[in-house]
Design a protein around this ligand. Sequence first.
Ligand code: PMP
Length: 433
Amino acid sequence: MMARSSAEFQERRESALPRGIACAFPICAERAQGAEIWDTEGRRYIDFIGGMGALAVGHSHPKVVDAVNTQLQRFTHTFFGSIPYDGYVQLAERLNAIAPFPPPAKTLLVTTGAEAVENAIKIARFHSGRRGVVVFRGGFHGRTLLTLAMTSQLDPYKRGFGPFPTDVYHAPFPSAYRGPSADEALQALRDLFETQIEPDQVAAMVIEPIQGEAGFLPAPREFILGLRALCDAHGIVLIADEVQSGFARTGLVFAIEHSGVEPDLVALGKSFGGGLPIAAVVGRAAIMDAVPSGGLGGTYAGNPLGCAAALAALDVLEEENLAARSVEIGERLTNGFRSLKLGTSFPIIGEVRGLGAMIGIELVDDAMCQRPATALTARLVEDAAMHGLLLASAGRAHNVIRVLAPLTVSNGIIDEALAIFDDSLTRVAACLP
Ligand code: PMP
């Protein structure tokens, strides 16, 4: 039965679902198109969450809908390991051709971002015969137990869920706004190799070229160059987790391309599936081929509907030139955020930062000591939703608004969203003690 009233829906949701599943907004989705979504009470929202970054091509892109519909009529599932199909191979060929490292590349398809990251680690371990995994503070890599061990945020992700798999080492991630510098972070990594784990025991380093959940923190180029040099010196596999930053979100197909560094493996998910659950590991063939037959896979891994959607999404990426559009969106958002009414008169905006359309705005209570404006950010998200704009926060203190709008969003909708944002921020700031 479809709930008509949001209140009734919330009641049913609470009694049927465990508390652990969060619900940011008390609404129930009815339909969505592009960057807009309507609830069951007929209210329209601008969607700047975009399926948590999974909808670069927008809700229900007609090309994706058509491709999935066509595949639905043919067959929905076989289990690729027993009965293969062409969509999987086609998608692998497409991804291999755009991989951000020299050919030959090979691709493994899975279902979720966490699964892609886990498989990248499995492949790196098999290839190197080593156990250690180095990750960076603030990083988010998923909610399965290995990827939780790699994620460095206690609440709400890790607390109470341990013990976690061992041999995962957390090193500092540089931040231009809060520190450390790229040099300091590289030094910390060298210290880690002297005090925690010998580099010749490290299978992989996993980096988000721009940290997502941590609040849209781009890794400085010299830091990624430093990682590549350390990996080369010690035979470590460099894995780029592009689950959130990939698929042109940052203005280039892969965010790591901004640094000029070529990774060994890339984990992809979210937007590359065009809104369907499909994810991938794209890697240098020699590393990908280390695992013997049967060592990789999964029942729904590379599901035919997901392959059809991802192939259509890749067409949209090219035909609609989403990478260039991402840059335009980023400039419009950055200019908009920097010229907010409050921006100049009130020290609430700590930093506007990001790459391409992956723009975040960090809100602080006190610009001098950079104290995170956690409560204000929560009120802002709530107020904006009440006025028709859906936003997601990020950052360890949940004080960064991150924009994950579809890259197909129009300028008109961006401007409308910026106006709602400005009014909401003005309203919630006026209520500050
Ligand atoms: N890596 C990164 C960088 C992510 O942002 C996420 C999801 N937020 C994941 C991995 C996990 O993806 P999924 O939720 O599809 O498992």
